[in-house]
Design a protein around this ligand. Structure first.
Ligand code: SAM
Length: 211
């Protein structure tokens, strides 16, 4: 138990910072993050890797949550360096400490894969979005090719505890559709330079259904 706690506190943040700061991943972020506008909420804001890509002419304020203290502190430091009007709190997507209909944009990059209860998280993201607001997503997950998916299912049980709870088989677009969002896909592809079981990417814009 103690070893688990030490690993999560010291190794996981380094692994995440290494993986999420990679160049190819940055290219995909550029397709999504600059679309954010108004009052923006970032789920899993740890590390602050999106912050350089927000457009200061469109973003009024930047809020977020993350349950990893080390990564959260990096995000806060990054916000101070960029001069964002920021409110970044410790928290989990299953119970978001912000009021209803507060945000124009929700940004979800490489985070849905890490949550244990996507349906609860998506209900919370719907709650905090203003009517007409947009959820921008960029996620890796369930590959469309049967052979790759077979390997994802085999590797996931070993990968998950090593990588901060990251699932390989969550399907972002399908999960959003099943949980009250209309999805406008912007793209999907394998990320170059990483094994395909880790590299199936989906990105797009989702809106609250009926809003
Ligand atoms: C792979 S990292 C991605 C970080 C960042 N979103 C990015 O794009 O670089 C996943 C992040 O989700 C956070 N996370 C894990 N479980 C979460 C949960 N239940 N709710 C919110 N964030 C969570 C982790 O602490 C971590 O910062």
């Amino acid at each position: 138990m103690r070893l688990r706690g030490l690993y999560d506190a010291h190794v996981t943040p380094r692994l995440i910072a290494f993986a999420c700061g990679r160049e190819g991943i940055g290219d995909h972020r550029r397709l999504v993050v600059p679309l954010a506008e108004g009052h923006v909420f970032e789920i899993g804001c740890g590390g602050g890797f999106n912050q350089a890509l927000y457009d200061p002419a469109k973003v009024v304020s930047l809020s977020g949550i993350d349950p990893n203290e080390k990564l959260l502190e990096q995000a806060r430091a990054s916000a101070r360096a960029f001069g964002w009007d920021a409110d970044m709190r410790y928290g989990r997507g299953e119970d978001i400490p912000f009021p209803d209909s507060r945000f124009d944009t929700v940004v979800c990059t490489y985070t849905l894969c890490s949550v244990e209860h996507p349906e609860r998280v998506l209900r919370e993201l719907r709650r905090i979005l203003k009517p007409g607001g947009r959820l921008l997503f960029l996620e890796h997950g369930r590959a469309p090719d049967a052979e790759i998916l077979r390997w994802q299912k085999r590797v996931e049980p070993f990968w998950k505890p090593l990588a901060g709870g990251c699932h390989l088989t969550w399907a972002a677009g399908a999960s959003l559709r099943a949980n009250g969002f209309e999805v406008e896909p912007l793209g999907q592809d394998y990320l170059g330079g990483v094994p395909r079981i880790f590299g199936w990417m989906e990105w797009g814009v989702a809106r609250r259904r009926g809003a």
